[in-house]
Ligand binder design. Sequence first.
Ligand code: NAP
Length: 345
Amino acid sequence: MRICILGATGLVGRESIDLVARAWPAAELSLFASRDQTLEHGGKSWDVRGAASLEQADAPRGDLALVALDDDHSARYVPRLLELGYRVVDKSNTYRGDPNVPLVTAAVNSHRVDAEVRLVANPNCTTIPFALAMAPLLRRFGLEAATVSTYQAVSGAGIGPLDEFLADAKRGYAEADRLGRPFDAGKYAGNTVPHNGKTDDGGFSAEERKLMFESRKILEHQALAISAQCCRVAVAVGHYMNAWFTLRDAASVAEIEALLGDAASAPFVRFLPGAAGEGLSARSCVDHRDRALAGRVRADARDASGRSHCITIAGDNLRLGAATNAVRIASRWYASADPELQSPT
Ligand SMILES: NC(=O)c1ccc[n+]([C@@H]2O[C@H](COP(=O)([O-])OP(=O)(O)OC[C@H]3O[C@@H](n4cnc5c(N)ncnc54)[C@H](OP(=O)(O)O)[C@@H]3O)[C@@H](O)[C@H]2O)c1
């Protein structure tokens, strides 16, 4: 099996290298980024080629491409990879809205990936944990509405902003100012800021629109009433969110907890019982990188019908929210040696 990773030097690309070794240890792996270079990763030196070489007539053909590039570069290289015979999982936003391209969260709508499909879009890093927690509820009780408020890690913006954040945080916290004034009011370190890219006429950011649009597409539930507000918090990795949801049928907190705690009903969810939320934090995500953490289920007192509840969900944005889900998607075409990375049928 011949696999290539585009964007191999980035945050998601590096995670993909590690996961390919777990899922398909015998695969022949080639790496691409902006230019020819050597990548030091996992105690090894990797040869990385400039992605433009894929446009040459003698570019290598292959079986599977995992693409972790920005939207414009995905639009440039994905058609070429398909032409070269690769099956492609693209992690950018480029193809998510295309009605002809399946948008897949493994174990939620994996059935969309069959032998005929050549290109699959990997969802946004908040949508994946949200969909994993909501899908069992939708199946068992019906889901009418959800309101989501996210607290997203800086690594979601890529390796450049993450490294700048780490340097700014080191400088800012070096000064013992009890009001946090050494931090720049417009930057990520020591701060919480709106996720404000590509705001539309209604005032919603691209991230908020993605969470709403993608949830409906993945859950195959266009009637879902959903609203989202997103912000970035001063955390390196781990997207955290609070959600309020209304079911079609009344369900008790105990019934919801039992459902989300059952691995067969809620694959890839690590349910943490108890309203206090012990073990449920952004930092905990990097100890359980391939699972959505869910807990703090509480009845929403505004709704006496017993259909509305609150929940907290978190997930490692680089792994569960990107690289892991992409490998699980591809496991529908090529079985994974590691069962944790195999998507159920
Ligand atoms: N970070 C997340 O949490 C997350 C989660 C879900 C989805 N995603 C999506 O995954 C994709 C990658 O995100 P990331 O966070 O890994 O980004 P990143 O850390 O900024 O990495 C970007 C990658 O793109 C490569 N690149 C830049 N310019 C290029 C060019 N002209 N030609 C070919 N390659 C080029 C870079 O290579 P060089 O090192 O050579 O510059 C690097 O490998 C994005 O679409 C993002 O939206 C990210």
